[in-house]
Design a binder for this molecule. Sequence first.
Ligand code: G3H
Length: 254
Amino acid sequence: KYIKEVKGIKILEENLKDCLGLKEVLIVPGNLEHSTIKQEIGRFTAQLVKNMLKDGDILVVTGGSTLAQVARSMRFNDKSMNVKVVPGRGGLGEEVEIQANTIASTIAKKIGGSYKLLHIPDSIKEENVDRILAEPSIQRILEILKKANILLHGVGSAEEMACRRDMSPGQVKELLSNGAVGEALGYYFNEKGEIVYITTSVGLHLEDLQQIDKVIVVAGDPAKARAIISVVSPKFHDLLITDELTAKEILKLK
Ligand code: G3H
């Protein structure tokens, strides 16, 4: 039975990989309950990333409860590593536990690496961006981000993320009427994967993803299937980590 299950997952991974056009898809098996999906995906991703990391790497992480679970599940290293962990974009404003800064520092401590923080809100006024960018301390972090070789980011449903990031009801309505279904890195995408809105923040931009060797999306929850389809693209992503139910839901929708 076990071998049959493993085979089933392998087939599902292949199907999803082809369907999304990605190089690699990894699926956490099982008909997981909503409450345990994030834990299981977090544990799986933590182990995978930890095994992948080597001295000299710069790992970029975003915020969110899935990434927080990755950080929480990561085991401590007995020795230190020359790895820098950096948040991908500003993100102050969300609960501190799920901010990219917190996740970066937690992962860095667990692996015995170092971290840098970005003390910038997720959404800033357009006219303030240049001033913030001119700050030497911010410049230094942006320089590190340019050299990043691994990125780990989550996906959110557009509506949930807009509400979580304190958009007004009017703005949320407008965003959704413009077709937004998914969000990642402050970018909102429609069903066709087109950008419909970008939050003004500082850090990684979508086009920067093409310069990063390994871009990993981690997202699981059948309710996020539409959002995942909208965000994930072979142009930007190398690996998707999800769970069995979500994988099946994506295939059903595609
Ligand atoms: O940008 C995506 C979100 O940060 C994902 O958040 O993992 O809490 O669903 P979540």
